[in-house]
Write a protein that binds this ligand. Structure first.
Ligand SMILES: Nc1ncnc2c1ncn2[C@@H]1O[C@H](COP(=O)(O)OP(=O)(O)OP(=O)(O)O)[C@@H](O)[C@H]1O
Ligand SMILES: [Mg+2]
Length: 443
């Protein structure tokens, strides 16, 4: 039996709060009474394991102000408001602010019990869902590895969380180095299969016959289970899926069909075809393609998410600087523009590479980011993408980077950063919230 939900009763009239409390206690609730909203606020925090019943007219903080405070700290907290007889505008206002329901005095105690039951049920569901989400985000540190605040990255994180909960097979595609393998790991780690095996197979790593055997036969003499068996109940990640020959594709299709639905073993197919101008649709048997691509994740190329470039660069520069025991280079305006305009054909992998070399360069005290980028592109032309980005995007990416750097240098001292960047606290707070920067990360 789950623990009883609490009911906090707030009323300045002693008779009233005691009779409500007695009645609800008789119905099996765990009640607690408060004479003022101020007292109640000391006990009711964001994850309060229960609901609130409050009078409206009280000396000191009144019921409406109390309700607003409660809603601002936890909008999922059910609050039942007791209004005076005929106080319709007040009741309407309370509902608008987010009250669960209201009761007009004098009320029938059974009505109160009914409402309290509904409210506590709702509360329990909300708290359970919240705990589940926390488990997922806490348990799956891999999601934290996915850096980037661009809308495309936000969507990717949501897709991973959603599809992670589902059972169907998934096709992941995108250019090289965009994070396909990382996304496949994340998909497994956030899902219900996280405690089961994750088996990663490079489909192009072996000649055709051998691949088929490894996947479906194993090596009984050596006691090696087939890969599909090793992945049982978990995730079988097939990288470079279109390297499978038609014969092996046919066996895979049979395996998928034999599994039925929901699939015991989830297949996450990773396709590397995008840069060759082909699609997995051309390279896979259509029936296999449709089975695998029912759910699809396409990783966006880095050049399409300018906001992420400087963030990724900085993050990895700090990481490498740590590793090499030196200071991370600070990126100036011009260098930032160059990073933003580079075409990044190797996407995040290439960017990590450039960040590492930039750190090594700055440790030696020579070289520029421009020269690194120049060396990256084989042509001697200045590095420029053909497609420009809106000015706003450069400005925001740069602003974010400056605040990030300055916070890092001042180890999270807001006052020092306000001072250096000549920003009022409020503006700084707003910008940090906008760019997803958290002070605790710099302390
Ligand atoms: N959003 C991201 N945040 C942080 N690191 C990332 C991100 N995306 C990719 N990476 C890192 O970039 C590198 C390349 O990613 P990954 O290997 O997943 O790419 P891929 O698309 O599978 O590449 P390939 O096509 O070559 O297999 C890895 O080190 C990965 O951890
Ligand atoms: Mg990969």
């Amino acid at each position: 039996m789950a623990k009883a939900m609490k009911i906090a009763i707030v009323d300045d009239e002693q008779d009233m709060r005691q009779s409500i409390s007695q009645w609800l206690a008789l119905s099996g609730f765990d009640t607690e009474t408060f004479a003022t909203a101020e007292d109640a606020l000391k006990r009711i925090g964001p994850d309060f394991p229960g609901v609130v019943v409050s009078d409206v007219r009280m000396p000191g903080m009144d019921g409406m102000a109390f309700l607003k405070r409660l809603m601002s700290q936890d909008s999922a907290l059910p609050v039942i408001i007791i209004t005076g007889h005929g106080d319709v505008p007040m009741a309407v206002e309370a509902m608008r602010v987010g009250a669960f329901d209201f009761l007009e005095k004098p009320f029938n105690p059974d009505q109160m019990t009914e409402l309290a039951k509904k409210a506590t049920q709702k509360r329990r569901l909300a708290l359970d869902a919240r705990a589940l989400r926390r488990d997922l985000s806490g348990g799956a540190q891999i999601m934290d590895k996915l850096i980037g605040a661009s809308p495309a990255m936000e969507r990717l994180r949501e897709d991973i969380l959603d599809l992670g909960q589902a059972d169907g097979h998934v096709l992941i595609d995108g250019e090289t180095g965009t994070g396909k393998t990382l996304a496949a790991h994340a998909l497994h780690a956030v899902g219900s299969r996280a405690s089961k095996p994750f088996v990663l197979v490079q489909c192009g790593a072996h000649p055709d016959e051998e691949m088929g055997d490894k996947l479906f036969e194993g090596d009984p003499d050596a006691g090696v289970l087939p890969l599909v068996e090793q992945a049982r109940g978990g995730t079988l990640c097939l990288e470079d899926i279109e390297a499978l020959s038609p014969a092996v594709q046919a066996r895979l299709l049979t395996f998928i069909n034999d599994q039925g639905a929901p699939a015991e073993t989830r297949i996450v197919a990773v396709s590397n075809l995008q840069e060759q101008g082909k699609t997995s649709e051309d390279a896979l048997r259509p029936d296999l393609f449709y089975r695998l691509a029912a759910m699809r994740i396409t990783l966006p190329p880095l050049r399409q998410r300018g906001e992420d470039i400087l963030q990724l660069f900085n993050r990895f520069a700090v990481q490498f600087a740590d590793e090499y025991g030196c200071e991370a280079p600070e990126v100036g305006a011009q260098e930032a523009a160059q990073l933003l305009q580079a075409p990044w054909p190797g996407n995040v992998r290439q960017l990590i590479n450039v960040a590492e070399r930039a750190v090594l360069q700055s440790r030696r005290g020579s070289g520029t980011i421009a020269s690194l980028l120049m060396a990256e592109s084989e042509t001697v032309e200045p590095v420029m993408t053909t497609e420009g980005k809106p000015l706003k995007e450069y400005v925001e990416a740069f602003e974010r980077m400056l605040i990030d750097n300055t916070m890092r240098r001042h180890k999270g001292s807001i006052v020092a950063v306000m001072d250096e960047l000549c920003l009022p606290r409020r503006t700084l707070n707003e910008k940090m919230a906008k760019y997803g920067l958290q002070r605790s990360d710099y302390l």
